[in-house]
Design a protein around this ligand. Structure first.
Ligand SMILES: [Zn+2]
Length: 293
């Protein structure tokens, strides 16, 4: 690349990383770049009170009440892209809020960069790879139920970083894994598989409300917890659920026991973290995981 062009690029990248300052002096901070599938925090801060904050990302409106901090006021949301739904590109985060009786808006760009995920070939019983007609109907019904569950949007922020680890075990299969089942490419892995023994306690990663406790074809016995602002955690292949639909759970409370129900080759925990319906790589957000940008 010519030096002049390189300098232009450097200036453009710095401009992309700079927060936009709206009239009220509120500051919207987002990372300049995130990998496809990687979660990130968007934070709106100001010296004065920030009423009625609503973030906007990828078609979702996310209400986020601002909290008082030592430096002033701060509203934050967890955002990300889904390896099974999204593509790289530059996308805008907007934060609207009330100031002096008028609606203000701050915006910033996040570059979603390509990320290469590993590939894995698996051989499973053909009935599990190509479901029968009645099972296909059941799967479609359960997929719709899951989509409805992940579309939940409650304003109270139950999540806090870092999130608790749902089980202490090592990671067996990473998020984003491109799976080839019986020679056929399938949708990428939209969660993390942790090693877990049958009957081991599975803990809620943050406080929240159980919004779905069900028995699904692929996920087996599964529990979904709403942590507010579109942040939902899901725990699959359980041998038993310990929390009922509608129940409030604390961070670190057992929501189930690990197992091998549904499509599983052995006992493990498939853990998914979905943000406004987009399932992201949860590892960077977990206690002991990689740092958040
Ligand atoms: Zn899995």
């Amino acid at each position: 690349m010519r030096p002049g062009l390189r300098r232009l690029w450097a200036v453009l990248l710095v401009l992309l990383a700079l927060p936009v300052l709206p009239a009220a002096g509120a500051r919207l901070a987002v990372p300049a770049a995130a990998g496809l599938g990687e979660p990130f925090v968007a934070a709106l801060t100001a010296a004065e009170e920030l009423p009625g904050v609503v973030f906007h990302w990828q078609g979702a409106d996310i209400p986020a009440p601002a909290r008082r901090t030592a430096a002033g006021w701060r509203a934050e949301v967890l955002l990300g892209t889904d390896v099974g739904k999204d593509a790289p590109g530059a996308f805008e985060v907007r934060a609207a809020f009330a100031s002096g009786g008028a609606r203000q808006e701050a915006h910033a760009l996040v570059r979603i960069a390509p990320r290469r995920y590993p590939e894995q070939a698996l051989t499973l019983p053909e009935a599990m790879v190509t479901p029968s007609a009645p099972n296909r109907e059941r799967i479609a019904h359960e997929r719709a139920e899951t989509e409805r569950t992940l579309a939940v949007m409650s304003p109270a922020q139950g999540w806090r970083l870092p999130l608790a680890r749902p089980v202490p075990g090592e990671v067996g299969s990473v998020y984003g894994l491109r799976r080839v089942l019986n020679g056929k490419p399938r949708s990428p892995h939209r969660g993390v598989d942790f090693r877990a023994a049958e009957g081991q306690s599975v803990l809620a990663v943050a406080e929240g409300t159980v919004i779905l406790s069900a028995e699904h074809f692929y996920a087996g016995r599964c529990v979904y917890v709403d942590h507010g602002q579109g942040v939902v955690s899901a725990y699959f292949h359980l041998s038993r659920a310990l929390a009922a639909q509608g129940q409030r759970v604390a961070r670190g409370q057992a929501v189930g026991l690990a197992g091998a129900s549904g499509r599983a080759t052995g006992p493990h925990l498939h853990f998914a973290l979905c943000l406004q319906g987009r399932c992201v790589d949860p590892l960077p957000l977990l206690e002991g995981g990689a740092a958040v940008p």
